[in-house]
Ligand binder design. Sequence first.
Ligand SMILES: Nc1ncnc2c1ncn2[C@@H]1O[C@H](COP(=O)(O)OP(=O)(O)OP(=O)(O)O)[C@@H](O)[C@H]1O
Ligand SMILES: [Mg+2]
Length: 263
Amino acid sequence: MHAVSLEHIAKTYAPRASGWRGLFMPPSGPGFQALTDVSFTVDHGEFFALLGPNGAGKTTLISVLAGLSRPTTGRASICGHDVVTDYQAARRSLGVVPQELVYDPFFTVRETLRIQSGYFGFRRNDDWIDEILANLGLTDKADENMRALSGGMKRRVLVAQALVHRPPVIILDEPTAGVDVDLRRSLWEFISRLNRAGHTILLTTHYLEEAQSLCNRIAMLKRGKLVALDTTKALLARTGGTLEEAFVQIMNTDEQATAQVQA
Ligand SMILES: Nc1ncnc2c1ncn2[C@@H]1O[C@H](COP(=O)(O)OP(=O)(O)OP(=O)(O)O)[C@@H](O)[C@H]1O
Ligand SMILES: [Mg+2]
């Protein structure tokens, strides 16, 4: 049983009229195909990167895994739990740090984390909450209102929220966008520690040096298609240089040549 399994995932966003009409009018037209036949697995304990340019489909794929978006075709599972038919177990096995900053401005940091713990049935979770807060440099912000935090601090809270129920699989969608060097370091130290303790990590980032130094295996998406899936070592050996060089080479390669990526 894999930590993450994706089988022939396709996702077409239905076309919507703009403005308020989009809320009421039925979809019409072919829609936009954001993912095409994406298949791969991530094993337990891996530190895995999902890379690709803006609009490649990374967040769409993560939304499918989190149960926020239904795949048009294909199956996805977390720790053997189908994300559609066994949604609750799949969701319990997963912690997601979303790309967008979403928060409730009326609660403090600690309240936010207690509420999140409650969603997963944890009543007395303060020891673990304190440990997360300390590791993310948030201890002195615990009683501050969410709306009073800076952007980088809010992102730290999103990371904390994803961890409150100690999920075996953690997905981070660009967790270091807009955060300072200090948090980057402490965040990766903490996440690496969780990885060494057995948690599976799936990460998206545009900072390729982060993926290069942290991840054992890497998948690359281009316009919704899987165009590379290999160990970091093997990808680096392709150019003999950095991951950024390998990434540029793969992205510039003709799609026909990269279409047959083995899952
Ligand atoms: N709700 C939606 N309705 C229609 N199209 C969408 C929707 N969400 C995403 N898309 C489109 O799907 C494609 C993939 O978007 P996605 O957000 O998955 O990309 P991404 O790889 O995460 O990019 P980025 O690096 O910028 O975060 C884009 O062309 C985007 O415009
Ligand atoms: Mg994204």
